[in-house]
Design a protein around this ligand. Structure first.
Ligand SMILES: NC(=O)c1ccc[n+]([C@@H]2O[C@H](COP(=O)([O-])OP(=O)(O)OC[C@H]3O[C@@H](n4cnc5c(N)ncnc54)[C@H](OP(=O)(O)O)[C@@H]3O)[C@@H](O)[C@H]2O)c1
Length: 283
């Protein structure tokens, strides 16, 4: 069955602010039906304002880090809309610090939300998408999940690299079911991401890493001036969801484009430089 573009049902996690909220609002404006998952129904409802008074909008309170809560949320969406066509795994937060500074707890918590939360959603939606033999999963990574050469966000980068690696394999594994996967790798977008409420920094900073503190300060001072426009990011994702052959990687923003290009060139340069050593290891 071909689902017309406007009939598609979208599910967005982390919907109460930033990219998620902007995407939800943009989708509703364009006539889509949207299930919006958030940890807090109140915060979500407040953020939606009158946009929330819409029969095409389903707010769902859910904790993506909890399997039971995730299962209940997906069942609620299916009960309401009958299907899910586009899933946007957007919920996540930044964590600043070197590997040595971040505790096991801080590290695992970032993986819990950014990686395991995403995996929970994917596990719970997949049976429905497989049965439909269609669907499109957008996993929000980051340009920091493609290149982390600038440092200062070691574990956050690791979580977002994990999203890229998992998503590449997922794309291949679910292709026979007619399901598409797109990794979104935004540069800096003007959301709450860099505010003290969203961005978490190492609780036990080590003096020797003062260069990292300087980088964090730069990022914090950048808050409110990031070049990326969330509405344009939402529009780009909506366009990509309508493509017959969508991109595996959707980099967003000039900064992401530049950093991805530099990374590709650096990798190619090392491959070329060390080709003999690299290729000399086979039997
Ligand atoms: N803005 C950027 O520059 C940028 C760049 C690259 C990648 N990203 C990625 O884009 C996504 C959206 O970020 P944003 O820029 O929109 O930031 P944001 O304004 O801080 O929003 C992040 C959303 O993620 C959810 N979230 C945050 N901490 C969470 C936690 N501990 N547990 C569960 N959910 C949590 C929240 O959802 P609820 O409270 O509604 O549940 C929140 O609405 C994230 O995955 C982020 O890593 C952002």
């Amino acid at each position: 069955m071909t689902i017309m573009n406007k009939e598609k049902i979208w599910l967005v996690t982390g919907a109460s602010q930033g990219l998620g909220l902007t995407l939800v609002k943009t989708l509703l404006t364009r006539g889509f039906r949207v299930a919006a998952l958030s940890r807090s129904a109140d915060v979500l409802q407040k953020a939606m304002g009158t946009d929330g008074d819409n029969e095409r909008f389903l707010p769902v309170q859910s904790r993506i880090t909890d399997e039971d809560s995730t299962r209940a949320a997906i069942e609620k969406v299916i009960h309401q809309f009958g299907r899910i066509d586009v899933v946007v795994n957007n919920a996540g937060y930044g964590l600043g610090g070197s590997v040595e500074e971040l505790t096991d707890r801080e590290t695992r918590e970032n993986f819990e939300v950014n990686v395991f939360g995403t995996l929970n959603i994917i596990r719970k939606v997949m049976p429905y998408l497989r049965a439909q033999r269609s669907g499109h999963i957008f996993n929000i990574s980051s340009i920091a999940g493609f290149t982390s050469i600038n440092g200062a966000f070691s574990i956050y980068s690791a979580t977002k690299f994990a999203i890229c690696g998992m998503s590449e394999a997922l794309a291949t594994d679910v292709k026979p079911f007619g399901i598409k996967v797109t990794i979104v790798a935004p540069g800096a977008f003007r959301t709450n991401f860099l505010t003290p409420e969203s961005l978490v920094l190492a609780q036990n900073p080590i003096g020797a890493y003062e260069h990292i503190r300087a980088t964090h300060l730069q990022f914090q001072q950048w808050n409110g001036q990031q070049p990326g426009d969330p509405e344009k990011a939402a529009t780009a994702m909506i366009q990509m969801a309508g493509e017959a052959e969508p991109a595996l990687y959707l980099f967003l923003g000039k900064d992401a484009y530049r950093r991805a290009t530099l990374k590709n060139e650096a990798v190619q340069s090392e491959l070329t430089k060390w080709e003999a050593l690299i290729t000399g290891t086979d039997f």
